[in-house]
Design a protein around this ligand. Structure first.
Ligand code: MSP
Length: 548
């Protein structure tokens, strides 16, 4: 198993106002990064902004700014939101970074010299807003097949990446590596597309007289690079100058210095997380580019689904864009993070509504988890003066089958279940996290929470107190506190602050981000004798009448 873990998000158009879709991918990457850090891996989590192209140039001109100044202002919308959402990326790439530009030029030069790029007269249809060429066949009623807006007829010389020759290799690679494109349905779509279409070559230049805001082609300074070609290369260029082990950028050299590995050997990434709408550019363009560069392909490209809002497509014209800033200000960071990943299996489309969010907060968080913590700590305070009691019960009463509720010798069946569960949850949970099955991983944590709540109901600690069964009472409360400690560790990637709060209230020291799952995720690491620090309710209930 590799001890390095490199995960990326798309780089977002700097012009966009960040919405729930941007937050979703970046949070997913944050969850994976945090989880892999818990497992003791060296992590490189990269996000950033896509800053070249026509849209930025046009918007800057409208504000009488130069495009870089414009991008410098807008990039803060993303950086501030990531800080607000408690996202801990290791690096933030901007395609206007000097080092990125140099890497793109160096790789273009290499492709040019290898004969992978050719100049041709192009005559066809161009969609200005999408910055894409289309063939006559592609058009729908004479309009762009993607954005449905009118296209322009253009005849000009341009440079083409000879992508068509990779068609067969792409089919072979994608079908031969079942984990390369996920979910499986998306992989099948890509294969279906490749098998039913003839793959064309990719126009990778724009003449400067039409678009000046881009990376100049190293072999012809009258052209800039097509924005997607520039953007996709971010995943590699970042490893050269932003990855944890800094390695200075290689100055542009016509012979090409880029090797297979990146700075600190971060290449290839474990996961490229993207939305389903940008799968073609990643699965086809990017894979073919890497093949042409003779570089390793990423281990996985995962295309998640789209959020609709109360059943409708989210769009500026409907005025229903979900601003994560507002959600966090209204409901809190961790509750928003939890909702996005519990409500919908990662990979499927989902529907966002505040009502559904409030329901999750009140049931899963306030009722199940919040109450488990407050009841457990209240009982430890009441019966053991706030000190975690010892757990000698099982030692004194070794379990003998059949296991029944309150069974032989007052055996606590749920304690055994919980302990077994936690001991076996790790491998299960790990498989789910490796498959990016976040909602199922959360289901697992909630099984522990529910079992712990049932332990309280079954054993009724207040009766054990009344009947002076202190040995068993202390066993029950130790079990609950230990289950909560372990829940906090597993929950940390999803809900970092709430998990830390549980940790602190249990009287545990230190920062959960420094914990190692293999060492501290084992049952029995909680030390009896610790003084708890009961604090405020973790998740106050939200009055539904107000919100409905
Ligand atoms: N700049 C390109 C990506 C280049 S990566 C080399 C881009 N930028 S973007 O700002 O448009 O990114 C949008 C991302 O947000 C995409 O992954 C897209 O799938 C995602 N989403 C946009 N709307 C969304 C929803 N309604 N729901 C979920 N994700 C959505 O594309």
């Amino acid at each position: 198993m590799s001890s390095k873990f490199y995960v990326t998000t798309p780089i977002y158009y700097v012009n966009d106002v960040p919405h729930i879709g941007h937050a979703y991918t970046t949070l997913a990457a944050d969850i994976l990064a945090r989880y892999n850090r818990l497992k003791g891996k060296e992590v490189f989590f990269l996000t950033g902004t896509d800053e070249h192209g026509q849209k930025v140039e046009k918007a800057a001109r409208e504000k009488s700014r130069n495009p870089k100044e414009h991008a410098d202002l807008l990039v803060m919308n993303f950086k501030n939101l990531w800080a607000k959402l408690n996202i801990r990326h290791d690096a933030f790439i901007r395609t206007t970074d000097r080092e990125h530009i140099m890497t793109v030029q160096s790789l273009l030069q290499r492709l040019y010299e290898k004969g992978e790029i050719e100049k041709r007269l192009y005559s066809g249809w161009y969609c200005i807003p999408d910055e894409r060429f289309w063939t006559e066949k592609d058009l729908i009623n004479g309009n762009c097949p993607e954005c449905k807006r009118p296209v322009e007829h253009i005849a000009e010389e341009n440079y083409f990446f000879l992508m068509s020759k990779y068609e067969e290799r792409l089919i072979q690679y994608i079908s031969g590596h079942p984990g390369y494109i996920l979910p499986e349905q998306r992989k099948n779509e890509v294969l279906g597309f490749l098998r039913s279409h003839t793959l064309g070559d990719l126009c990778i230049s724009r003449p400067k007289e039409r678009l000046a805001w881009g990376i100049t082609l190293p072999f012809d300074d009258t052209y800039v690079t097509y924005v997607w070609f520039d953007a996709l290369l971010n995943y590699y260029s970042a490893t050269k100058y932003l990855a944890p082990k800094y390695s200075p950028p290689t100055p542009f050299s016509p012979s090409g210095e880029e090797g297979k590995g990146g700075g600190g050997n971060w290449w290839p990434p474990e996961h490229h997380l993207i939305g389903k709408d940008i799968l073609t550019t990643h699965a086809i363009y990017w894979s073919a580019m890497l093949m042409a560069l003779e570089m390793d392909l990423p281990r996985n490209i995962f295309a998640h689904g789209w959020w609709t809002v109360e059943g409708r497509k989210m769009s500026k014209s409907f005025g229903n864009m979900v601003d994560p800033n507002v959600m966090v200000d209204t409901y809190g960071i961790d509750t928003f993070r939890y909702f996005l990943f519990r409500e919908v299996p990662f990979g499927l489309d989902g529907d966002f509504s505040e009502q559904a969010l409030v329901k999750r907060i009140n049931t899963d968080l306030a009722n199940d988890l919040g109450n488990l913590l407050s009841r457990t700590l209240a009982m430890i305070e009441k019966y053991f003066e706030g000190v975690i009691p010892p757990c000698s019960f099982l030692v004194n009463n070794p379990p003998t089958p059949p296991f029944t509720k309150g069974g032989q010798g007052g055996l606590m069946i749920r304690e055994i279940q919980l302990k077994n569960f936690v001991e076996t949850v790790n491998p299960d949970f790990d498989v789910l996290m490796e498959r990016l099955s976040f909602s199922h991983a959360l289901d697992k944590i909630w099984t522990v929470i529910n079992d712990a709540n049932k332990l309280i109901e079954d054993e009724a600690p207040w009766n054990l107190w009344k009947t002076k069964n202190i040995d068993k009472l202390s066993g029950v409360l130790y079990t609950l506190a230990e289950a909560l400690r372990i829940i906090a560790i597993y929950l940390f990637p999803f809900m970092p602050s709430a998990a830390q709060e549980i940790w602190n209230q249990l009287g545990l020291d230190g920062d959960l981000s420094k914990v190692n799952l293999d060492n501290e995720g084992r049952w029995g690491m909680l030390k009896p004798g610790n003084k708890i620090q009961k604090g405020k309710a973790l998740f106050p209930r939200i009055e539904t009448e107000k919100k409905n």
